[in-house]
Design a protein around this ligand. Structure first.
Ligand SMILES: [Zn+2]
Length: 160
């Protein structure tokens, strides 16, 4: 083997050490974009695939070797793939615990508000939902994006 080729090999090994993670994520994005064009997937699915690729790649590296930036990104990626429990364990962020709890709990007992309006001279009951969609989160159990609802009255979070 020539000295040049040998050097190339060493260089390749160095290049494959960590930037490969970034490279794979970009490749994954391109694949997801192509898929989106065909199927009209939600943009959040791209984020999910990207996060999953990152978490998978980072599993190869011992956690104590993570830089602070990698750890922060890893925690965000865990949340994006629905592992809010682990995201909370690693970060101590109350928001992650709230969402983790919400994914396991049902709707609160608050009743929808009803008002009576006049429609064509006749009274009609209109129901106003007491909850609003706070954000979309990935539910690990359902393997799907679900709406994280927030009750207007008691502020309880739950998945729907
Ligand atoms: Zn409520």
């Amino acid at each position: 083997m020539s000295a040049y080729k040998n050097q190339q090999m060493i260089k390749d090994m160095g290049d494959n050490a960590l930037p490969k993670v970034v490279f794979d994520v970009q490749k994954n994005d391109a694949e997801q974009l192509a898929l989106k064009k065909r199927s009209g997937n939600l943009p959040s699915n791209i984020e999910y695939q990207r996060a999953l690729a990152y978490v998978t790649a980072m599993c190869e590296i011992p956690r104590e070797d993570f830089t602070q930036g990698q750890m922060e990104r890893y925690i965000r990626a865990l949340a994006d793939i629905g592992d809010y429990g682990q995201a909370y364990e690693l970060s101590g962020e109350a928001t992650y615990k709230e969402i983790d709890d919400a994914l396991r709990s049902g709707k609160c007992k608050c009743k929808d508000v009803t008002t009576t309006i006049l429609e064509n001279g006749r009274p009609k009951t209109v129901t106003h939902p007491n909850a609003f969609v706070k954000k979309q989160v990935f539910d690990l159990m359902k393997q799907a994006h679900v709406n994280l609802m927030c009750c207007n009255k008691c502020l309880k979070l739950y998945a729907a």
